[in-house]
Design a protein around this ligand. Structure first.
Ligand code: PEP
Length: 250
């Protein structure tokens, strides 16, 4: 079965709206040379979403957010809701990124609430799961990522799962330059895929120090359907090259 492939750029807290426009001028010019069967999602900071939305209009690039609240409106100072994102054409939202779990009190419960809201509102949730180095050393990687996956999609029907995206991101590999061995990443991702009924057609992405040099080895693995890319997505030429390199796989 062929699962659709995605490359998602997570810019984190980088790029002003003006910098976003400059980036997109360079990146969008390269689209004709990029593989057409790889869906590209850019997740800029909230303050750059409006500028990005007007720049990418008509280019076939998708827009993502880096988080959102589970409620649609209300007294949640500083938060952003699904309708606010939809107004700008946001189609994807990253949920449960390890940085938000570590620094912003994101929990399995809030990820689950947000997944339900995203699906109800027609936004594709990209749910990040992954183990710490201590959990890997303790031999509980599989148990941990399976528990995170089950918690994130608790109450979601198997029929809805082809419409979600999962990102396996070993925390020790994020932003460290120490990427997970592609065969091992594929093994964990196959375990995630078999943890719930309905995940056969769900794109599962690898994230963690993915770059132009190593993306081909990940793309060649059967259970890896693309990447969630932080640092290597910040340069428009480098990110375009990474997407080209991701296309060499079957
Ligand atoms: C991420 O933050 O999702 C990520 C994978 O970052 P990096 O590519 O920089 O490791």
């Amino acid at each position: 079965m062929s699962v659709r492939r995605l490359v998602v750029a997570n810019w984190k807290m980088n790029k002003t709206a003006a910098e976003t426009a400059e980036y997109l001028d360079i990146f969008l010019a390269q689209l004709p040379s990029l593989p057409s069967d790889v869906e590209i999602v850019l997740a800029p900071p909230f303050t750059s979403i409006a500028r990005a939305a007007s720049k990418i209009k008509g280019f076939g690039v998708r827009l993502g957010a880096q988080t959102m609240h589970w409620e649609l409106r209300g007294a949640y100072t500083g938060e952003i809701s699904a309708p606010m994102l939809l107004e700008f054409g946001v189609s994807h939202v990253i949920l449960g990124h390890s940085e938000r779990r570590a620094y912003c009190d994101e929990t399995d419960r809030t990820v689950n609430l947000k997944v339900h809201t995203a699906l109800q509102q027609g936004i594709v949730p990209i749910v990040a799961v992954g183990e710490t180095l201590a959990q890997r050393r303790a031999g509980i990687t599989d148990d941990h990522v399976v528990a995170q996956t089950k918690a994130a999609f608790d109450g979601v029907s198997a029929g809805a799962l082809p419409g979600v995206v999962i990102a396996y991101e070993p925390i020790w590999a994020i932003g460290t330059g120490e990427n997970c061995d592609p065969v091992e990443a594929n093994r964990v991702m196959a375990t995630i895929r078999s943890s719930l009924q309905g995940l056969d057609e769900t794109p599962i992405l690898y994230g963690g120090s993915m770059n132009t040099d190593n993306v081909g080895a990940y793309a060649a693995q059967p259970d890896i359907n693309g990447g969630l890319i932080g640092g290597a997505s910040l340069d428009p030429n480098g990110f375009a090259q990474l997407i080209r390199s991701a296309a060499v796989s079957p």
